[in-house]
Design a protein around this ligand. Structure first.
Ligand SMILES: *[C@@H]1O[C@H](CO)[C@@H](O)[C@H](O)[C@H]1NC(C)=O
Ligand SMILES: *[C@@H]1O[C@H](CO)[C@@H](O)[C@H](O)[C@H]1NC(C)=O
Ligand SMILES: *[C@@H]1O[C@H](CO)[C@@H](O)[C@H](O)[C@H]1NC(C)=O
Length: 298
């Protein structure tokens, strides 16, 4: 009687310990994890249970930073079966089952970033499942930015240079510089996280040159370039040159005309003179003919 009472008390005690322990206890050794895109990462989740693991179930969920309204299941363990989300197939696996709920995620992508939760249930252990939570950041170098320009590149016009970068975690810092002849950093107007532009008003030939947009984060830097050439209408120094050329040309034309007129005049006089001379010769010939004849007869 005494011994059975003791046994009953002991069992109650044991059961009450289980109740005090509550459900499965889950611990996460690191709650903020960073990984570089493409690398592998272990998402830690350990659990403690007093029950055998016959009915153990583990669910890993992801609430993406990019899409917080759409949490998804990543991988599930249920009574010995493993089911992966097709989006993670071949990239995710449990590491250390059944003693730990850690998973390894390979070939990480920027879209994998978010809040991960591991839910561990081990019936008949009562109560809510144990939940561990951690945040995963996937870092990525900036992608190659795109340099664009629009506007009027003739002198006096205004030109806008834009730079667009689509990827990069943390968000890349952007800068615009003019490289030649002097390196100048230009004031930049950031539109959203992706685009930065520079407006140049009343452009002149001095604004011609090579402009560079740089996007930088802790993983690297990428650049794109724009070659701006400002068109200056011919008015100042080119105008003077043109004027000189035109004057010289006209002087040449005038000179040619003068020479032509002089030549014509002279050739006209010459032909008049020759005509009169020829007349004279004819006359002379006729006149001298008798004497010639006379002489021949001599
Ligand atoms: C993840 O990468 C490791 C090491 O390269 C490899 O042993 C493991 O099989 C990979 N896991 C998956 C699910 O591909
Ligand atoms: C544009 O620039 C030229 C020379 O750089 C200057 O003479 C002119 O006043 C400027 N016009 C305006 C509207 O700022
Ligand atoms: C800019 O244009 C000049 C002349 O057309 C050329 O020599 C130079 O290589 C160009 N630079 C870039 C960065 O495209």
């Amino acid at each position: 009687m005494v011994s059975s009472g003791c046994c009953l008390f002991g069992m109650t005690c044991l059961v009450s310990i289980f109740f005090q322990c509550g459900a499965v206890r889950v611990t996460v050794s690191e709650s903020n994890i960073e990984v570089v895109q493409g690398d592998s990462v272990t998402l830690p989740c350990s659990f403690l249970t007093m029950m055998p693991l016959f009915r153990l179930s583990i669910i890993w969920t992801l609430t993406p930073f990019s899409d917080p309204d759409f949490p998804t299941q990543v991988i599930v363990y249920d009574q010995g079966q493993v089911i992966e989300n097709p989006a993670f197939t071949g990239r995710v696996q449990f590491a250390g089952m059944p003693w730990s709920a850690d998973v390894i995620l390979n070939d990480t992508r920027v879209s994998d970033a978010g809040t991960y939760r591991c839910l561990v249930n081990n019936p008949p252990e009562t109560g809510d499942p144990g939940i561990g939570e951690l945040s995963l950041s996937v870092l990525a170098p900036p992608s190659l930015p795109l340099c664009l320009w629009e506007g009027d590149t003739s002198a006096g016009g205004s030109v806008t240079l834009s730079c667009l970068v689509l990827e990069g975690v943390p968000t890349p810092q952007m800068s615009w510089e003019k490289l030649e002849p002097d390196q100048i950093t230009l004031p930049i107007n950031i539109e959203g996280q992706l685009k930065g532009s520079v407006k140049i008003v009343n452009v002149s030939a001095q604004n011609s040159g090579v402009y560079r947009c740089s996007v930088t984060n802790l993983l690297g830097t990428q650049n794109c370039y724009i070659n701006l050439s400002v068109y200056t209408p011919p008015d100042n120094s080119p105008g003077v040159v043109q004027g000189i050329v035109l004057t010289l040309f006209m002087a040449l034309v005038l000179l040619t005309l003068l020479v032509l007129v002089l030549w014509l005049h002279r050739s006209a006089q010459e032909s008049k003179w020759r005509n009169s001379h020829e007349d004279e010769e004819c006359y002379n010939e006729i006149r001298y003919t008798p004497s010639l004849i006379k002489r021949s007869f001599v």
